[in-house]
Ligand binder design. Sequence first.
Ligand code: FAD
Ligand code: FES
Ligand code: MG
Length: 276
Amino acid sequence: MKIINKEVLSDIQGTKITELVVLAPEIAEKARPGQFVVLMASEKGERIPLTVVDVDKNKGSVTLIFQEVGLTTRSLGRLNSGDALYALAGPLGHPTEIKNYGEIILIAGGVGIAEIYPVAKALKGAGNQITIILGARTRGLLILEKELKSLSHEFFVTTDDGSYEKKGFVTDVLAELLAKNKYDLVYAVGPIPMMQKVSLLTKGLGVKTVVSLNPLMVDATGMCGSCRVSVGNEVKFSCVDGPEFDAGLIDWDELIKRNSVYLDKEKHICRLNNPS
Ligand code: FAD
Ligand code: FES
Ligand code: MG
């Protein structure tokens, strides 16, 4: 699990996004779009889930892209090329159902942009016509623009501060597109409020919508229950039943509450470990 390449993709306004290429031949061989790994940066650290953004079967490597948001992602960001992860397990979760749906809108916000890349590549490969909408707080935080643009038939970017392309939110563009055209699938990854808004828009119009959720995960093997989510009238565990679900069936308010359960403790531990 040696890191063979590290690149900081973005480091502005206190937000750092880093790409790591890690040697993991068995995961590289098996991982499919939509799946994730669970890693430990160090022996005493916690386990965190990260999406497999790309694989190179010849090199036996997997590419991970992460935003530093707390203790574990910060300690991961301190590792360099040549260092090794303490542990890496995967691929986990169900892969995305890749087939020819027809016309698809893929929407991603923040580091979710990294998460749609493998899905966009595979859906394009299956013959779909892809429209992509990316959202970032500001221009400098936009990642993989060139790569995703090259896969798309239509391509849009929104920035919260108007520093690049359209000022506003991905859902503004989505609403305009849905008013003009019929789409066969909408696929979204990003902050929960964004996915919830996407779901509200598409549910009203009856457009099939899939979201990849990011609930808290601890063991990621279906045993601890921390990634529980209510989908329709059923309780699902995101790590083994997901991470993708039908957006229109998700109990978003419950998910938001569950995801902030440990926020105070996470902030406290982070302060203890980074007193400056
Ligand atoms: P903390 O301070 O512990 O937490 C900050 C916030 O991160 C929390 O409030 C919570 O919302 C979330 N979080 C914390 N612990 C976990 C956990 N064990 N599981 C899930 N979320 C947690 N992030 C990326 O940057 N890139 C990715 O490709 C990516 N893929 C993901 C795929 C899946 C299936 C899931 C569930 C999450 C993914 N995430 C991804 C989110 C990433 O796991 C969290 O940002 C990370 O765990 C934060 O840990 P921390 O200790 O640095 O921050
Ligand atoms: Fe424990 Fe999913 S992370 S059941
Ligand atoms: Mg943490």
